[in-house]
Design a protein around this ligand. Structure first.
Ligand code: CO8
Length: 300
């Protein structure tokens, strides 16, 4: 069924049969109990799957800032895998349960003063999360209800569609350069695929964090809506995407994303080695420590 050179994104066999199911019912407004709703949660992530619509709501709930620690990344990947393998699930909306913050990106403490083994394990978990999310067969919608720097931005960029709360205090971008570190090639590829080369080049070099209205102008997010309308809008967008047959949409997604995914898969071990070499340099450790100190000072 696959055109030559196009492979399904995920290890799960494509669910052609799911396309024959009746069209999804619109999601119920947030706050109301969902009909035929299944939920599971762990320390960091809460998931509710509405079986009647085939849509899961994944809420990131790791206060204070949803930083992507090793534990968080592991639980994120496990949750995605569970949904991917669940025949009742066709789409997932990712949002935050922490007020004002979608995700603060990779947990910087995981990259400071740790062993080589730890860096390797951490980086493999970052890769795994991205491979699963960017390569998901499900429709993925990011409902960005707060600031979303660096790794947080990567999570949003890896989805099929991004809706952001229109609060100008919320910002999003790959700001690695501001920390004295460099976004890896697959962060960059994901970014370029969303905003184009010129915007990505400038934004990456300057480590820009774009306020929501600017992010919308650049195409970094697809839509801005008032915060109270965010979930309603995400549900409507999801219903629109799910109205199409799964197999056509999935093969198209594969066609668009495969080259970028394959590039990391082919260079995964090399990428881990590069990360370890880079992050364990004393100059990089110093930059990260200074950045953490700056965050703490800003607070006081
Ligand atoms: N990692 C670890 N701890 C963090 C992080 C983080 N990313 N972000 C915030 N924290 C901590 C703060 O230090 C603070 O700790 P404490 O309470 O002990 O003082 C606590 O979380 C709360 O932070 P704030 O007081 O700053 O909370 P605010 O609500 O005022 O602000 C923000 C929230 C906007 C998210 C702000 O914390 C911020 O800007 N954080 C930094 C975000 C950032 O720059 N992240 C980049 C991480 S790097 C990454 O994701 C990609 C790396 C790619 C690797 C490249 C190869 C080396």
């Amino acid at each position: 069924l696959c055109p030559p050179g196009v492979l399904p994104l995920c290890r799960r066999p494509p669910a052609w049969d799911r396309a024959t199911r009746p069209p999804p019912s619109p999601l119920q407004p947030p706050g109301l109990p969902l009909a035929s709703c299944r939920s599971f949660s762990n320390n960091k992530i809460q998931v509710e799957l509405d079986e009647s619509s085939g849509v899961a709501m994944m809420k990131l709930k790791s206060p204070p800032v949803n930083s992507l620690s090793l534990e968080f990344l592991t639980e994120f990947s496990i949750s995605l895998e569970k949904l991917e393998n669940d025949r009742a699930c066709r789409g997932v909306i990712i949002t935050s349960a922490v007020p004002k913050i979608f995700s603060s990106g990779l947990d910087i403490t995981e990259m400071c003063g740790k062993s080589m083994e730890h860096y390797a394990e951490f980086w493999r978990a970052v890769q795994e999360m991205w491979l699963r999310l960017y390569g998901s067969n499900m429709v993925t919608v990011a409902a960005v209800n707060g600031s979303s720097p660096a790794g947080g931005c990567l999570v949003a960029l890896s989805c099929d569609y991004r809706i952001m709360a229109e609060n100008p205090k919320f910002s999003i971008g790959l700001n690695e350069a501001q920390l004295g570190i460099v976004a890896p090639f697959w962060f960059k590829d994901t970014f370029v695929n969303v905003v184009g080369h010129r915007v990505a080049e400038r934004s990456l070099q300057l480590g820009c964090l774009h306020p929501a209205p600017e992010a919308h102008k650049l195409g970094l997010v697809d839509e801005l809506v008032p915060e109270e309308k965010l979930m309603e809008k995400a549900a409507a967008v999801m219903a629109q995407w799910l109205a199409l047959p799964d197999h056509a949409r999935q093969l198209t997604k594969t066609m668009m994303r495969k080259a970028v995914l394959d590039r990391l898969v082919a260079h995964r071990e090399e990428d881990i080695k590069n990360f370890i070499t880079f992050v364990s340099k004393e100059s990089i450790q110093k930059s990260l420590r200074m950045y953490m100190e700056m965050l703490k000072k800003r607070k006081s």
